[in-house]
Design a protein around this ligand. Structure first.
Ligand code: 13P
Ligand code: SF4
Length: 303
């Protein structure tokens, strides 16, 4: 089936199923073009908490579809590719977190949204890359357990030095791959470009950035900036919105390694099959869902 025909069939199925298609900024261009809404982890979780349709097709990775289900338990949430996971989210388990909590009984637990529902259920409050500093600042406790991203954790610790952070040793394989040499090389090749990076990058990379933010914040920054050239330090999927919003500007990817294989698993065929066969539905244990919802809702209240 060609792209045009496939898109037509997906849109017909979407109407038939009373579904909405949401896509993360790291999805392939064809999927982003098809989606009703594209955004970062925060925008999409907020959106999914308020949708009116019966079915949410979540084009992203597993923890994102889980968060949509937790926030909209009465909806059917479909993840088109069941093996689209997040290696960083898998770096901490609920059991790991329980052990850490036993070692630090007075600490409040903040989990990055890139965690399983079971880890969220063991946490006090969630955050995304767009609101992490704000969430930490909203807490009265001094001691904070932060899981699983050490790079985001270290970034927050620098911004909020009054807190004592116990940071898990996880990382995003895609962003952590970017090195200081990559930055030096890119800056040398494009000396008049502004460097925008995601806080999942290593501290020495973040240190040299002109702007640090979530995917949505990077896209918005470039759109309103007076600058014309940008080096982009996050997954290449953001180039879709960057170019669409600012066709007159030039964007250079900081490193060719900035590609998340899990985010690229979802294709138009996956979305078609998801809606046709109503697969793969996200199901969660009631008790986990209730606890994880509190963790997510506390974050939504901070904004
Ligand atoms: P944001 O969507 O918050 O920018 O996070 C990026 C990411 O790595 C999601 O997996
Ligand atoms: Fe996980 Fe990194 Fe891929 Fe995001 S980009 S889904 S954090 S591996």
């Amino acid at each position: 089936m060609d792209k045009k025909e496939l898109t037509k069939d997906i849109l017909a199925l979407k109407q038939e199923r009373n579904a909405v298609i949401v896509a993360h900024n790291y999805q392939i261009d064809d999927v982003q073009a098809l989606a009703d809404v594209i955004g970062d982890s925060f925008a999409l979780s907020k959106y999914c908490a308020s949708v009116s349709q019966d079915v949410i097709v979540f084009c992203g990775v597993h923890f994102m579809a889980e968060s949509a289900k937790i926030l909209s338990p009465q909806k059917t949430v479909l993840l088109p590719e069941i093996h689209a996971g997040c290696p960083m989210a898998d770096m901490v388990t609920a059991e790991d977190l329980r052990a850490l909590k036993r070692d630090h009984p007075h600490a409040v637990v903040v989990c990055y949204i890139n965690t399983s529902a079971a880890v969220k259920a063991e946490s006090d409050i969630c955050c995304t890359s767009s609101n992490a500093v704000k969430v930490i600042q909203s807490l009265t406790q001094e001691e904070i357990i932060f899981v699983p991203d050490k790079n985001l954790g270290n970034y927050i610790a620098k911004k909020v030095p009054e807190k004592r952070m116990i940071i898990w040793d996880g990382y995003c394989v895609t962003h952590h791959r970017v090195t200081l040499e990559d930055v030096q090389k890119a800056k040398k090749a494009h000396p008049d470009a502004v460097l925008l990076v995601h806080p999942e990058c290593r501290p020495e990379v973040v240190e040299l950035a002109d702007f640090v933010g979530s995917t949505r914040q990077i896209i918005d920054f470039a759109a309103v900036s007076k600058e014309k050239k940008f080096i982009i330090g996050t997954e290449m999927g953001v180039l879709y919105s960057l170019k669409r919003n600012s066709p007159e500007k030039t964007f250079y990817l900081l490193s060719p390694g900035l590609i998340c294989p899990n985010m690229k698993k979802t294709r138009l065929e996956s979305v078609y099959n998801a809606l046709k066969q109503m697969r793969y539905t996200i199901e969660l244990e009631e008790e986990i869902m209730i606890k994880a919802r509190t963790t997510l809702e506390r974050m939504l209240k901070v904004e």
